[in-house]
Design a protein around this ligand. Sequence first.
Ligand code: NOJ
Length: 758
Amino acid sequence: MTKGSPFAVLIATAVTLSCSAPQPTPPDADVEARIDALLGQMTLEEKVGQMNQYSSFHDLTGPAPEEERARARLDDLKAGRVGSMLNVLGAEATRAAQKEAVEGSRLGIPLIFGYDVIHGYRTIFPVPLGEAASWDLEAIEASARVAATEAAAAGVHWTFAPMVDICRDARWGRIMEGAGEDPFLGARIAAARVRGFQGASLSDLDSIAACAKHYAAYGLAEGGRDYNTVDISEQTLRNVVLPPFHAAEEAGVATFMNSFNEIGGVPSTASVHLQREILKGEWGFEGFVVSDWGSIGELVAHGVAADLTQAAQLAVEAGSDMDMEAQAYVSHLVELVESGRVEEARVDDAVRRILRIKFALGLFDDPYRYSDSEREKALLLTEEHLAAARDVARKSIVLLKNEGGILPLEKGGTIAVIGPFAADKNAALGSWRGQAIPDSAVSLVEGIQAAVGSDATVLHAEGVPLIAGTQDFGAAPTFVEDDRSGFPAALDAARRADVVVLALGEGAFQSGEARSQADIGLKGLQDELLREVLAVNENVVVVLTAGRPLVITHVAGSAPAILNAWLLGSEAGHAIADVLFGDYNPSGKLPASFPRSVGQIPVYYAHKNTGRPATPGNVFSSRYIDMPNEPLYPFGYGLSYTTFEYSAPRLSAAEMTPGGSVEVTATVKNTGERVGTEVVQLYVRDLVGSVTRPVKELKGFRRVTLEPGESKDVSFTLEAPDLAFFTAEGKWEAEPGDFVAFVGPNSRDTQEAPFTLK
Ligand code: NOJ
């Protein structure tokens, strides 16, 4: 645990840290002594109980449960055999469940209540991939702060967020829950979200414990298929997958969640290397690790455990401290310890970690402190929270194309808003939508109408429905493939309009857990609708709603303007209208590459050079013969309504000493006619390494706002630790040699300057 950790004062024991990590803060002896005293009073069964997490099993505020299972679980709660529950929601329900634990059990140890507060609790913010496109760490932190404030007021102590999985395959539905393809951007965002959720101190009533998940490499599943196998090198693990986890840990994250996948034959839940060696050993993490839902039980299906007993043994040995819903620990851990197969010290260590977080949250001082109906009524969905959601939503929008300056639109004339997402109030809420009110997002039609008032005529036609029936988390969507009955009305509106805003994309539950797609183009009849609309009116602005980068090569080849609007949350329609009419000049940049075709996947900017780098005209080089290697839109890409000109980067010195630094400066000028915000990006290439190095790696970024005609010098300071990586010798360090610094508006269009590390 590092300085700045909200519960750093509670941290015990010296730890081994990598050379660059800050020193741990000494433990709070008083709290550790209280934990010792408690452990001394606990039976083995009660200790194991702290390691058991159940999902909400019945309405604790209602009549006595009828089901036998629910009754058995309530008995477990009263007997001290449950340490945590998830999905118990609301001040009243959490108070009732807490009462069972505190007043019903022998030692009265409070429960910790967890919930998936992924992008808001009641006020819904853009999905995390969308927020990442803002590259605005303050706005992202503010979003997590609002989510924590609302969740805490509803009795939630702990969110299963941030998800910090690097993903380079947009087929994976869960790409929408993370910050995209890049470890540097991912690490900055991971830390910002931890700060936002946990606030200044975990003991504050508007702070909740965060959870870095899914540890590790869940986002690199083969074929982008959820829960699938991962087989990566230690180099990829350390250089690509782990940096955001390490950043979350350094920001003081209270908990980690392990992942469903295996890495090279070892499921993460049973991985000693990940949990004991790296997380709790090298990094000195003193919080606790929760399994993913049932992942301890899944060790049997993985084929590394013969039964649930062996699964429990493997998981506890590896350092999985809390069992989410597999019931492996509550059923078998006592017997494993009593028979000598698991040392009781393993159990004590896990319980100590869990109790630490409960102490840090103040639950031993007042177990009901979060469960306050008055606060709940006052703090959910306030004007202030909605304003914060609109702010980050408009910053998340990425302008992909704007041929002939068709955008921004005039607030006048006739505007036709067409497509399955024109009047939709559901998709923008996304998956993992907390306690959002159903169909509560501001639709695009509503947003546009509110923006133009009576100055323009707004026509609306759906054109085609995309998904048949109701959509929810529990079932895969069925796409409408043959209903063209809405075409005539849509084409009529398009003909009558000066401009068409065509709202295409994906529904709320096409991304998220278990929503991998082999085809990530536009589903149903959307392509046909686009073609027919363009045939009657060429002034078409396509607004894309989706939780992933889509394959839209044909859209980019035909429509003059494209806005990528992700799934933007409660204020979606207002935020999109702000951008459409130029009340906000778009500044978002892609946190993940947009492939030209699924066949390019995985496609990402920080690829290796290979021994035969792609060379035009040379067929025996590493390239496709039927399309370019490059994605349609690269990482870091996004346009503005103004234009920016970059100078070549200037270096303060051509050489860097190991303890020194080099300053990289570029002059950026607003050469257009509107004030605009640009995300200036710094990349580095390490030309020769003990292992091969990526052709470019992001090392810095800065948002700068420039008036028309204004120039600013934008500087970045590079030090040797910024150039460090996991070397052939297994050390995290920078290797002397030649480097190139690149500065530009995205990962592709950069200018460069060389330097040397001595
Ligand atoms: C399974 C998901 O993988 C995880 O991210 C989530 O936190 C848990 N379910 C609890 O809902």
